[in-house]
Design a binder for this molecule. Structure first.
Ligand code: AMP
Ligand code: ZN
Length: 472
């Protein structure tokens, strides 16, 4: 089946054509590890996780590379301001290295709690300083760089198609924006730092020697160097959140393509923001953001949030509310309940889960994913299949388990059942024994007594089940 993805570069959906048959190299920009990730950041990682899982479903061998930005991301995209890591270090009274270690671990704890598959290659930017310096040297050799007081910069005027990712009008906007905060020494407002010098008055914790003096790499050069090191000069797919388009990814393209003369990435995929009421975009700098710990503190399963992310296409903004998260939690519990029942029925029939990959219901699910990762539609196909009277339990179960390979919702996790007080459980057990001994009179008495106390007994071919109902 043809896999079609919306490419920000061409502004249309395109058929995915890999560089190497059957393989997909994916680079995803990772977190800046100076604070906890919020659930907005995590929406982007969930989208990328489903992308990786979908590629696997389509039979591709995936090599996914993700960095952690542990140096060089400044508080302003215009290459001014302080390094976010140094800000974090001051805030916490720790070394920048300890801050990076702590928040990297915290990030992956949240990431795994959301059932995101670990990347094949994880690269902390500080491990790749040599590659970054080499990239800047290559750019210098080709005449794309110049030196000013605070660093080595990329001359965007030397690249005729600079800004092609964001589009012309967008780029004009960036130039205007950059001008406001611009360093007066820059040749063009959109020029960006490749290597920044440590300021003598600021005692930086993270700095390295380079052919141009002691300092640290620019944020954009990090991703280009690491992506090319692990995936080659041209890569299949590069992803990130929508805020990366205008500056970060635009500049990654500029410096990579200027250095190699080859296209940097064939497909650029961007997830839209998670927004919240009047705050708008959830962001670390705006404060008041929600994390996986916030959810855990309220007893909410992180996978309820994963399900919530599936209620909108990744290219649509998603509005967070506690009510919609609650509805997603209920929907997920209902799905798990249905799957648990199917598993029980299948075991009772002494058969196993079956998956017919050619069947219309499975194709509907797969086609939705193949159409630019339409997860809401794929999820609807799953619900429709589970409700269909035409399918046997083992077929529904086979389908649900296959769908879960992509959705990662742990659908076969038994739903949490409220425990009955021991006294009522004893009555349920006594009724079971009575029925087994064909003492129907006693069994009926107990059934009625339980119903009066809000416990409904249902006899199924697999035995008696109870559920809580309104007291009668
Ligand atoms: P950062 O840790 O700030 O470098 O961001 C990590 C990732 O989260 C990047 O891909 C961002 O584009 C993305 N991101 C930031 N804020 C949001 C948001 N509110 N919704 C979705 N993605 C976001
Ligand atoms: Zn990046």
């Amino acid at each position: 089946m043809e896999l079609r993805l919306y490419n920000t570069l061409s502004r249309k959906k395109e058929k995915f054509e890999p560089l190497k048959p059957g393989a997909a190299g994916i680079y995803t920009c990772g977190p800046t590890v100076y604070d906890y990730a919020h659930i907005g950041n995590l929406r982007t990682y969930i989208f990328e996780d489903v992308l990786v899982r979908a590629f696997k479903l389509f039979g591709y061998g995936v090599k996914r590379v993700m960095n952690t930005t542990d140096v060089g991301h400044l508080t302003s995209d215009a290459d001014t301001g302080e390094d976010k890591m140094e800000v974090g270090a001051r805030r916490e009274g720790k070394s920048a290295w300890d801050v990076a270690k702590f928040y990297t671990e915290a990030f992956f704890k949240d990431y795994r709690a959301l059932n995101c598959l670990m990347p094949d290659i994880l690269c902390p930017a500080t491990d790749y300083i040599k590659e970054m310096v080499e990239l800047v040297l290559a750019l210098e050799k080709k005449g794309f760089t110049y030196r000013i007081g605070d660093g080595i910069y990329f001359d965007t005027a030397k690249l005729p198609d600079y800004g092609k990712l964001a589009g012309k009008s967008h780029i004009e906007g960036i130039k205007e924006g950059a001008r406001v905060e611009a360093n007066a020494e820059k040749r063009n407002p959109a020029d960006f730092a490749l290597w920044k010098f440590s300021r003598p008055e600021e005692k930086r914790q993270m700095e390295w020697d380079s052919p141009w003096g002691r300092g640290f790499p620019g944020w954009h050069v990090e991703c280009s160097a690491m992506a090319m090191k692990h995936l080659g000069e041209t890569i299949d797919i590069h992803c990130g959140g929508e805020d990366a388009v205008a500056v970060h990814h635009t500049n990654e393209i500029a410096q990579s393509e200027a250095a190699t003369g080859k296209p940097f990435a064939n497909y650029w995929l961007h997830g839209r923001f998670l927004v919240m009421g009047e705050l708008g975009k959830m962001s670390k700098s705006a404060g008041g953001f929600i994390t996986v710990q916030t959810l855990a503190g309220k007893g909410i399963d992180p996978l309820d949030y994963r399900y919530f992310c599936f209620t909108a296409h990744y290219r649509k903004q998603l509005e967070f509310t506690w009510e919609s998260l609650d509805s997603s939690g209920k929907a997920l519990a209902a799905l798990r309940g249905t799957v648990a029942k199917l598993a029980e029925e299948t075991t009772f029939k002494k058969t196993a889960a079956k998956l017919d990959k050619g069947s219309a219901y499975y194709l509907k699910f797969v086609e939705a994913l193949a159409d630019d990762l339409n997860v809401p539609q794929a999820l609807a196909a799953l619900w429709e299949t589970l409700r269909s009277p035409a399918l046997a339990p083992e077929e529904k179960l086979g389908f649900a388990l296959a769908a879960d390979e992509v959705l990662g919702l742990e659908l076969n996790r038994a739903p949490v059942v409220e425990a009955l007080p021991p006294e009522l459980l004893a009555m349920v057990e006594e009724r079971r024994q009575a029925r087994k001994n064909k003492d129907f009179k006693r069994s009926d008495e107990l059934r009625k007594a339980l119903l009066e106390r809000g416990v409904l007994i249902e006899d199924t071919p697999q035995g008696a089940h109870w559920k809580l109902v309104k007291k009668q």
